[in-house]
Design a protein around this ligand. Structure first.
Ligand code: Z5A
Length: 211
């Protein structure tokens, strides 16, 4: 199988981590070498930037500072992990990528999306995910799932419902603009139904007979 770049997106608690493992296992069963990673993070520098972003109290980090840190982490991630793995022909599955920047910093923080697009080109050149799996659920359900985990809240999880409403809307607008790349999955369904939808998409896009 050729190098493939798959990203998983959605608002908090929709099941990205849960389903990332499912998607990775599906590719392994196809005989692929799989690299699982996340953003912000994925490299030593990226994980340090992640802690800076998620743990710094709200007033301590401006929206523009947050945006630039996301792309700084991404530049390191692409350079030292994602691009080399794709060049080796591996499948990279990433928990969030630049669609999250358009959704959170563009939609949620209301920063200029044209500026985000400029940074995207600067950092990534023409590299874009081959497939993006957007897990979609309403903000109340996602907040319930996050609360159900009982862990301490990071900077984003402390945001209000309206913030996540804008984030969700920005994701859905991106999916409507790029339906071939971004596939929307109803994440409010029971997990077996979510995974049946994921399997269906993966089989259509990547199963051995389709290569
Ligand atoms: N961020 C940004 O602003 N800009 C960017 O460019 C990037 C990121 C890249 C960290 O992301 C933050 O960074 C993120 C946006 C910002 N903040 N927020 N919000 P993260 O991915 O690490 O954080 P997260 O979105 O909060 O992820 P999460 O909390 O790990 O959620 P998840 O991975 O989507 O969900 P989960 O842990 O798999 O599932 C949540 C619970 O629901 C869990 O108990 C599951 O067992 C349960 N679950 C999952 N699916 C189901 C179904 N179908 N039915 C019932 N229960 C389910």
């Amino acid at each position: 199988m050729q190098g493939r770049f798959i990203t998983i997106e959605g608002i908090e608690g929709v099941g990205k981590s849960t389903n990332l493992a499912f998607v990775a296992e599906w590719f392994r069963q196809q005989g692929a070498t799989v690299v699982v990673t996340r953003e912000p993070g994925g490299t030593e520098i990226g994980e340090r930037i992640r802690r800076l972003i998620l743990d710094t109290p709200g007033a301590g980090l401006s929206a523009t500072g947050e945006l630039l840190l996301m792309f700084a982490a991404r530049a390191e991630h692409l350079h030292s992990l994602i691009e080399p793995a794709l060049q080796r022909g591996e499948v990279v599955i990433c928990d969030r990528f630049t669609d999250a920047t358009f959704a959170y910093q563009g939609g949620g923080r209301e920063l200029d999306t044209a500026a985000i697009a400029t940074l995207e080109t600067l950092v990534q050149g023409s590299l874009r995910p081959h497939l993006t799996l957007l897990l979609d659920a309403d903000t109340r359900l996602s907040a319930e799932r996050v609360a159900g985990r009982g862990a301490a809240k990071d900077r984003f999880e402390q945001e209000r419902e309206a913030f996540f409403g804008r984030v969700r809307e920005a994701y859905l607008q991106r999916a409507a603009a790029e339906p071939q790349r971004i596939r929307v999955i109803d994440a409010s369904q029971p997990l077996p139904a979510v995974q049946a939808d994921l399997r269906h998409i993966l089989e259509k896009e990547f199963s051995k007979t389709n290569k």
